[in-house]
Ligand binder design. Structure first.
Ligand code: NI
Length: 274
């Protein structure tokens, strides 16, 4: 049979079906989800970034069997941290469809909240992740050294997580992996100028990488300029396979296992999808 199609088995470990840009009309989420399924994306983690988006992530995970949720407060909004939000995260974490705390971290590129507030709220949410025994999804922009310093703690080494949308240098990639964390590789890996991302992928063992789209952001080539969506995830898998010089099918199989190792609660979803 002259069928060279690769059987696709992918997990989008970071996307935002909870984002207004992915909810432009009533059929937007179901249509986008259907295109992702046809492209071989078997499971998605919809990641919250504030109270409302975390609430929507949980609602989507409760509605769709191939969606899981993460809940947390993005560093941009660190100033909005409240005890109300904290107790909501605790209660959401009891839901088996919630697989991680995130996205949390530091963003010194835009500095939309003061640095000291970002660090305080980041640490509070790491404590919280430790209490509920969940891995973390980290957003880090121009703050790798501070973020790696804060992440250097026993709970992170035990529970793990991912440094999402990897944009650092190879040495920082190896420091991240030494903490027991994964690198989340997305659409930037397909950009010609993202040489530090390419070098990081080459320097990091395949069993420390995850795939993600971060949709609606960071659309891979050749669709850059359009809204991103999880159905473009195979483009990331193909680029990573090329950089690691392995067949796409083996890159997919390794990264699938990595995703379940990183987020143990994903196992129910992935077993049901096979
Ligand atoms: Ni994100």
């Amino acid at each position: 049979m002259a069928n060279h199609e690769i059987l696709r088995m992918l997990i989008d470990t970071h996307c935002h079906y909870n984002h207004p840009q992915m909810n432009q009309n009533q059929s937007d989420v179901p249509d986008t989800l259907q295109r992702a399924r046809l492209a071989g994306v078997k499971a998605h983690i919809v990641v919250g970034y504030d109270l409302e988006s975390s609430r929507r992530a949980v609602a989507l995970a409760d509605k769709y069997s191939d969606i899981a949720a993460a809940v947390g407060l993005h560093p941009h909004d660190a100033s909005e941290w409240s005890t109300e939000f904290e107790s909501l995260i605790y209660s959401w974490a009891n839901n088996p469809n919630v697989v991680a705390i995130g996205e949390i971290g530091l963003d010194y590129y835009r500095n939309l909240s003061p640095k000291d507030k970002q660090q305080e709220v980041f640490k509070r949410q790491l404590d919280l992740a430790e209490h509920v025994q969940l891995p973390v999804i980290i957003h880090c922009r121009e703050a790798y050294d501070d973020a790696l310093g804060i992440l250097n703690r026993e709970s992170v080494k035990k529970l793990g997580g991912v440094m999402h949308c990897w944009a650092g240098e190879p040495e920082q990639a190896l420091a991240t992996v030494r903490l027991g964390m994964f690198l989340g590789i997305g659409g930037t890996s397909t950009y010609v100028k993202a040489t530090n991302v390419h070098a990081s992928i080459e320097a990091t063992p395949l069993d420390c990488l995850l795939f993600e789209t971060d949709a609606p952001y960071l659309t891979p080539m050749p669709f850059r300029g359009k809204r991103n969506e999880p159905s473009y995830l195979p483009l990331v898998a193909e680029r990573v396979a090329e950089l690691k010089r392995v067949p796409v099918s083996s890159a997919q199989a390794s990264v699938w296992n990595n995703s379940v190792r990183c987020f143990p609660r994903l196992q129910c979803i992935t077993e049901a999808s096979l």
